[in-house]
Design a protein around this ligand. Structure first.
Ligand SMILES: [Fe+2]
Length: 268
């Protein structure tokens, strides 16, 4: 029994995901997957080029046209940088170009908000991906995450510095910070200050339990989330993308929320 089915069989409450919608190819609506760990061997994501290619094949099959690949950069656990990532990414990019010439991959990162991240803002070494704002202007997007156990201390200051340096902050999996589950205003205030809010497909599929599901669903229903991402570390996350493609709440958001990932420039 998969973890999705295990979760479904445990709960009968309203916070159980509903997958009763008609099937659709979710990649044709999201176009770009903007958060994944598919550079082999650099973090807790894909372990081999073959595994990465299998994951990308699923994205192609689901109708996606491109992917922003975002290895962890966390000074204590994954001390990555452009220097450690560029060669393994280049090998992946070459393999993808050979097999699916029209599918684009772009290297960015998922920054843990620590002192190293703040330091990186001032150094011109931030890994970013291009986005378009509401006025159609190109912006430089930087994906970041907070710790799961304690609320961030200094994030308002760091986000201000990020904006002053010309970047748009993109918050990874906004539903996965338990200390804010009863304080939705914290996420909303980040959105009001120009941070792009994203949620994970696995949360909407119920993989992290009813609380994460409830918060993620609320973020799409209130149109606060601009993107739904795979955060793919392995094939199990591709299963989540498939599952949520039949969620009526996700389908409503796709048709009314204008996913920002569908409006990215062509990557290179
Ligand atoms: Fe991630």
């Amino acid at each position: 029994m998969s973890w999705l089915n295990r979760f479904r069989s445990k709960s009968k409450r309203n916070d159980v995901p509903d997958f009763s919608g008609s099937p659709l190819r979710i990649g044709e609506h999201l176009i770009t997957d903007v958060h994944s760990h598919m550079v082999p061997g650099v973090d807790d994501g894909s372990e081999s080029l073959a595994q990465s290619m299998e994951m990308i094949e699923r994205l192609v099959d689901m109708g996606y046209r491109q992917a922003v690949i975002t290895p962890h950069i966390h000074s204590d656990i994954y001390p990555n940088s452009i220097h450690t990532l560029k060669n393994p990414f280049k090998k992946l990019k070459e393999a993808v170009a050979e097999r699916w010439p029209s599918f684009k991959v772009h290297l960015a990162a998922e920054y843990f908000m620590d002192d190293h991240f703040e330091h990186s803002i001032g150094t011109n070494e931030l890994l970013w991906f291009p986005g378009l704002d509401e006025n159609g202007q190109e912006v430089k997007c930087v994906l970041f995450e907070f710790g799961f156990h304690e609320p961030p201390m200094n994030h308002e200051h760091v986000l201000f510095e990020l904006q002053m340096a010309g970047y748009t902050g993109v918050l990874a999996h906004a539903e996965r910070y338990p200390y804010w589950h009863k304080m939705p205003q914290e996420i909303e205030s980040l959105a009001e200050r120009g941070v792009w809010i994203t949620v994970n497909a696995a949360s909407l599929a119920g993989a992290y339990g009813p609380e994460m599901y409830r918060v993620a669903k609320r973020l799409i229903e209130n149109n606060i989330a601009r993107m739904i991402c795979s955060d793919a570390h392995g094939m199990r996350h591709m299963e989540s993308l498939d599952a949520i493609s039949k969620s009526p709440a996700v389908q409503h958001w796709l048709h009314n929320g204008k996913p920002a990932s569908a409006n990215l420039p062509v990557l290179n």
